[in-house]
Design a protein around this ligand. Structure first.
Ligand code: ADP
Ligand code: ZN
Length: 720
């Protein structure tokens, strides 16, 4: 009889700890297995640490052991760290790693063919075409060769029988295996090279560090961190580049391919299941040298991670708000620390947190203060809507129209930025004042005239625009209030009938595919006036753009959140920064009712430092991040009184601790979301570790959530 070895196995479901199973041999932590769980079989991962003391006869046996290298220890520690930090079940975090079970299966090798001998006696034209193509000496998949030659696979089979072709095994290689660090290096400017050297040195050091790569728009941050990637390639190791999903466009990948001679491995929502399995497998084997991906790429099982770059580090899109809530930017720093790898955070508008961490010396700070090639930054000025109001039911004030007319006359491109999708953000009744609201959320319904619906941007609820007011029954009384991009387009088409206009908005039909085509068209100068939501602000390169008009600069500032100023500053810096990138003189015009607002003033003066100094001071005084830490507890339920009562009961059970402040319960920023009523408790402390242990004690003491009640913990919430 063989002796059984007890092993600790974590399964990727909502469990807080590993279970003990028996295996026929000792298994290293990180080994991927299949184990029985209740009536099912599930994937699992052998977990480090003690096994439970279960009598041997009671243990269930490991059903299968994958013949793969174990997941790296630093990844297991990352899973543990994240689960603990975010108060998520350990198994749910492992689930983000073991996402594609098929990736664990050995790669199927294809049978290919290759030229091996002289031509056969009888050479038909079909055979000749095949031989000509195979003359490159490379292995071809049979079907691929036949299709390329335009013949049936029978012709290829015939040549195999004749000995002209031989059968060979083919394993598809990771695209990133062909990356060449010296393919086509950019000629860097002096400041670019010295900055690149700093990053290269951090890769060479081979240990954890965090560097803020802080460069104005158009300064060449990408070119600079490409040099750090080149160093990783020279060392034969692996790098991860995180981008906000929306920036993962063909443009970035093409640029990458021009520099390194091949494309990186890609990991984002547009990559199909098969592609993801590949990337996962290649990350684990080390064959994927550079992975470019959205936030979930942080959970890939890199075998030899030597660098993480987080581009556009300030982006809110790095925060995952559902399930395990985490900020991929911060978690990249943790992953880097656990893997002993340097981390580079790149931005033209760093988050206040990152900026303060750099100022305090926690992060190294390198700067590119000017655009590459001496291009001037756009001249930003204000259009004061108090003295220059647009005409009734128009949104463009005379000075902006004038600037657009001038640009169009000179055949230059303009961009109008309005962060509102659809036709109008609000529909109301002229007779009774009724506002069309979402039945499930505390928001107004947005008029999407193009699709002929009123829709909610939070839960997806859609309804037809009614003929009569649902409240008073008046006919022809519902009117659209305020502009969305579709309505703005009406005005532009009316004012500039000869111009080619184009609307870019994330809800336009066609998805990412279409978006890519449109961005390329804009870059080629095939549009005169582009109208866009925040989609256009994100890292795209529009070489012909010389005027950016911000239709409503005050939009993001109306919100009471202290982060509103920072967000608006970032967004408007990015969007005006699209202009003048090819060296032409360029302008940004900000339509506003509050020209004296510090954010607007900072954008006009270009004095970033004053803005950061002021925001830092506000954060310091309020003990807001990164001076203090915050955790939000969201209590939701099917009805308002139940949610409120549970939140209040929780507040009463909160441990007394002078160094932790508890605010609320108050209605959450979205008081009703997808039909659930939400209350929020906000805990704040200057010590992250104290806040953490206090929260843990509280959650243990707090009354259990029952019935429709749900309690969710959001560590480092985005709004405060
Ligand atoms: P950022 O990301 O800082 O906004 P990019 O890396 O996108 O800047 O660079 C802005 C533009 O300048 C791009 O078109 C890029 O190709 C060009 N550029 C930057 N540095 C160089 C360089 N050293 N040589 C040639 N072109 C460069
Ligand atoms: Zn809704």
């Amino acid at each position: 009889m063989t002796t059984l070895h007890p092993v600790s196995v974590l399964v990727p479901v909502a469990v807080g700890r590993p279970y003990t199973y028996a295996a026929d041999r000792p298994l290293a932590p990180g080994t991927v297995v299949v184990v029985p769980l209740g009536p099912r079989h599930v994937l699992g991962c052998v977990w480090p640490g003690e096994v439970d003391d279960v009598p041997e006869g009671k243990l269930r046996e490991v059903a299968r052991i994958y013949d793969l290298p174990p997941l790296p220890e630093s990844l297991l520690r990352f899973v543990e760290w994240l689960a603990n930090y975010t108060f998520s079940p350990l198994g749910m975090v492992l689930r983000m790693v073991l996402r594609s079970p098929n990736a664990l299966e050995p790669e199927r090798t294809l049978v290919g063919v290759r030229l091996a001998g002289p031509p056969p006696d009888r050479v038909t034209p079909a055979r000749r075409r095949v031989i000509e193509i195979a003359a490159d000496g490379l292995a071809w998949a049979k079907a691929g060769l036949a299709a390329t030659a335009g013949v049936s696979t029978g012709v290829v089979d015939g040549l195999v029988q004749a000995g002209t072709l031989e059968l060979v095994e083919m394993t598809p290689r990771s695209p990133s295996a062909g990356l060449d660090p010296d393919h086509k290096p950019a000629g860097l400017s002096e400041i670019q090279s010295s900055t690149a050297e700093t990053l290269v040195a951090s890769v060479q050091a081979g240990s954890f560090s965090t560097t803020l790569l802080d460069g104005v728009t158009g300064s060449g941050k990408t070119e600079v961190y490409f040099e750090a990637l080149a160093q990783v390639l020279r060392e034969g190791r692996q790098a991860l580049v995180l981008l906000p999903e929306i920036s993962l466009t063909g443009e970035f990948l093409d640029r990458f391919a021009r520099r390194f001679g091949a494309r990186p491995a890609e990991w984002h929502s547009e990559v199909g299941a098969k592609g993801r399995e590949r990337v996962w497998r290649d990350a684990a084997s080390g064959e994927a040298r550079v992975v470019v991906g959205a936030r979930s790429a942080l959970f890939l099982p890199f075998r030899d991670l030597a660098l993480i770059v987080v581009d556009e580090e300030h982006e809110g899109a790095y925060k995952q708000e559902e399930g395990v809530t985490y900020n991929a930017r911060d978690m990249a720093v943790v992953r880097g620390r656990l893997a002993d790898a340097p981390v580079v955070l790149a931005s033209a508008t760093p988050s206040v947190e990152t900026r303060v961490n750099a100022d305090r010396g926690r992060y190294a700070h390198v700067r590119l203060p000017a655009r590459f090639g001496g291009a001037a930054p756009p001249a930003v000025s204000v259009v004061d809507l108090r003295t220059n109001p647009p005409e009734r039911l128009h949104w463009l004030a005379p000075p902006l129209v004038e600037a657009m007319t001038e640009a169009f006359g000179e055949k230059k491109q303009s961009l109008l930025f309005l962060n509102r999708r659809g036709y109008a953000p609000l529909t109301l009744c002229r007779t009774c004042g009724h506002r069309m609201a979402c039945p499930n959320c505390s928001t107004w319904l947005v008029d999407h005239r193009f699709r002929r619906i009123l829709g909610c941007h939070h839960c997806g609820h859609e309804e037809r625009r009614p003929e009569l007011c649902p409240s008073c029954g008046a006919e022809d009384s519902l009117v659209a209030c305020g502009p969305g991009v579709e309505r703005l387009q009406e005005e532009v088409v009316h004012r500039f009938p000869e111009a080619r206009t184009l609307v870019l908005s994330s809800d336009m039909p066609g998805g990412a595919q279409r978006l890519r085509l449109e961005l390329d068209a804009i870059a080629r100068g095939e549009a005169d006036i582009v109208i866009g939501t925040q989609l256009v602000a994100k890292g795209h390169n529009f070489p012909g753009l010389s005027l950016v008009g911000v239709v409503d600069s005050d939009l993001g500032l109306a919100n009471g959140d202290p982060r509103a100023a920072e967000r608006t500053f970032q967004l408007l810096t990015q969007v005006t920064g699209r202009a003048g990138r090819a060296g032409q003189a360029s302008r940004g015009l900000l339509q506003t009712y509050a020209p004296e607002h510090p954010v607007i003033a900072a954008l006009v003066s270009g004095n970033r430092e004053a803005f950061y100094a002021q925001e830092t001071e506000i954060r310091r005084r309020g003990r807001l991040p990164p001076f203090g830490r915050l955790a939000a507890i969201i209590v939701s339920a099917g009805d308002r009184p139940t949610a409120q009562a549970h939140a209040q009961a929780m507040a009463r059970m909160a441990p007394v601790e002078p160094a932790v402040a508890l605010l609320g319960p108050a209605e959450a920023p979205f008081a009703v979301l997808r039909g659930r009523h939400r209350f929020r408790l906000l805990a704040q402390s200057e010590s992250a570790s104290l806040l953490h242990s206090w929260l843990r004690a509280w959650l243990q003491a707090a009354p259990r959530a029952r019935g429709s009640v749900n309690v969710a913990v959001d560590i480092d919430p985005m709004s405060f």
